[in-house]
Write a protein that binds this ligand. Sequence first.
Ligand code: PMP
Length: 310
Amino acid sequence: MQKLKYLWLDGEILEWDNAKIHVMTHSLHYSISVFEAIRCHATELGPAIFRLDEHLVRFYQSAKIYNLKIPFDSKEIKDAIISLIELNEVENCYIRPIAFTAYGEMGLNPLKNKISVAVTLWEWGAYLGEEGKRKGVRCMVSSWVRIDSRSLPPQAKCSANYANSALAKMEAVTNGFDEAIMLNSHGFVAEGPGENIFRVKEGVLTTPPASSGILRGITRDTVMKFAQELGIPCYRNDFTREELYTSDELFFTGTAAGIVPIREVDGRKIGNGDYPITRKLQQMYDDAIHGRNEKYKHWLTYVKTIKTSL
Ligand code: PMP
């Protein structure tokens, strides 16, 4: 990660190197922090943040699930994000608001701790690589089972969930794969460590339902809306490991990753190596995030109106 000039901590803009927190910060020990992952892209009218309002709604919902009171309202976080993009003079960036239990009490009851909030951003390329987006990624089904809402609520974007994700990711990478696919405790496909998953079979899209132990992805929702526009049937239904292998197309969706074809699972090639529906959705997504489709401009929050180098 390449550092930028400024970040925001508890209401103040600070120079990047001046944001310091104590090693006894409660959330460092107990993982009680909720966060968001948002992207801003260059458009003809300057940098534009994709579906910012929806990301902020999810941020406050994650906090609510953990009973954390974020001491700033949504408008304050939105203003912090916009100021940071302007001050850091970036167009394409990844934005990370995080609310965490601060220094003070130790122990497992976080309700006594102050909640600190930080907003940072940095320039971050495609999470599974540009080549992954073009050629597709190779996956393995993880031996780690996805968390479920009886143990850790997957619909809260809480740091604790990412210990489960990181175990799956490490296992996949150590075994020579690009990414993991995680099953839930019922044996159905859930999601990737940081991405939702879709399958295409005979022209029909299916993605696991919210109840399968997934984060309700905003890119997932975007793809479902695109499918509606294209007249492609799209269902939120459980599917199994063998249905991964027999899919015509499979792809991941996520803010960090984008829309990424999956070309292989557990050594089985997916489809015939051609991904017409995935490609179409990738193109629509690319157009929407870069402000090239009038229909989806309401999803963009423009940071400032300038003519960019695009
Ligand atoms: N699942 C998990 C576990 C994730 O971390 C992410 C990334 N935020 C997603 C799915 C995709 O969500 P989104 O499309 O909102 O980025």
